[in-house]
Design a protein around this ligand. Structure first.
Ligand code: GUN
Length: 285
């Protein structure tokens, strides 16, 4: 039995970051990303510091606006409005989750669509659904599509199952794959007999936050398995896929860490550079 090829998201992300750094170095202005973090969620603090470091490493300016846990929805929206109007700022990202007293949609719908580098504003959600090239596509699904396209020149007709229906991963991932002519199923906590659907799938995307729930017996020969999970079990990080066993069945598998995670950060930089280029009327490629 041959083992799956391990898809190296870290290497792909580094290559993308190098390309962005070269483009930025050739231009007199620096792209500028504003990150809004509300409260002290530990994972969010780490993610945002990583995003800031990655942005700075490719030559972008990146400031984290850190608001207190009890900041009001109005205060957050006022900061967003201020950044919308600031001509020096090219991209705005509001780190999720927000504290429970803030409705995320009320905040996200106030981000100017042309600065919405996370693609979470309903305007960009709509552009993605309409298969418009102008959509800012959320970074995690965009990074996953990039990895899939490195293996499959044509995704047309492939059967995909996405386990998880979040606004951040599952739903935009489904739209992206549908736009590429895949046959897409979204499974979630109420789906019955998930394993039967997974057995038919050429592409399995696990994004439900449940450690190792995707089992080797579910996987069709030759499948591409993408693991979006970041779970902490007994102090160790693991994904939503039972990696050690699934790798013996699948043809391609993304590891955790080193798979999807680095691609998310790289695609945020791609989107920020794209926003900067559009705002400066640069014509690239
Ligand atoms: N929380 C988890 N993933 C993401 C993401 O991609 N962007 C933002 N803003 N928050 C997140």
């Amino acid at each position: 039995m041959s083992e799956a090829q391990i898809v190296d998201g870290k290497a792909a992300a580094l290559a993308l970051r190098k390309q962005i750094a070269e483009k930025i170095a050739a231009f007199p202005l620096k792209p500028n990303l504003a990150v809004i973090l509300v409260g002290n969620d530990e994972a969010s603090l780490i993610y945002d510091r990583n995003k800031q470091k990655a942005a700075q490493a490719v030559g972008m300016d990146c400031h984290i606006y850190h608001l207190a846990e009890d900041a009001s929805e109005r205060e957050v929206i006022e900061l967003v409005s201020q950044l919308n109007q600031d001509g020096r700022v090219n991209g705005i990202l509001v780190q999720l989750p927000l504290p429970a007293h803030i409705n995320p949609l009320n905040v996200l719908m106030n981000i100017a669509p042309e600065k919405d580098v996370d693609g979470f504003n309903p305007y960009n959600i709509g552009l993605l659904q309409a298969n418009s090239p102008l959509a800012f596509v959320p970074a995690t699904p965009k990074g996953i599509l990039y990895l899939l396209k490195q293996v499959y020149a044509d995704l047309s007709g492939k059967r995909a199952i996405i386990i998880g229906r979040s606004n951040i991963v599952g739903k935009p991932m489904a739209a992206l794959l549908l736009n590429k002519n895949c046959t897409v199923t979204i499974a979630h906590s109420k789906t019955k007999e998930i394993e039967q659907i997974v057995r038919e799938a050429d592409i399995v995307i696990a994004a439900c936050g449940k450690p190792k729930i995707v089992k080797a017996e579910w996987i069709k020969d030759g499948a591409f398995v993408v693991d979006v999970g970041i779970n902490r079990v007994d102090g160790k990080i693991c994904g939503d896929v039972d990696f050690d066993n699934v790798r013996l069945k699948a043809s391609y598998i993304t590891p955790v860490p080193g798979g999807v995670g680095p691609m998310t950060v790289a695609m945020l930089l791609v989107n920020t550079f794209e926003a900067f280029a559009r705002q400066n009327h640069l014509h690239l490629d």
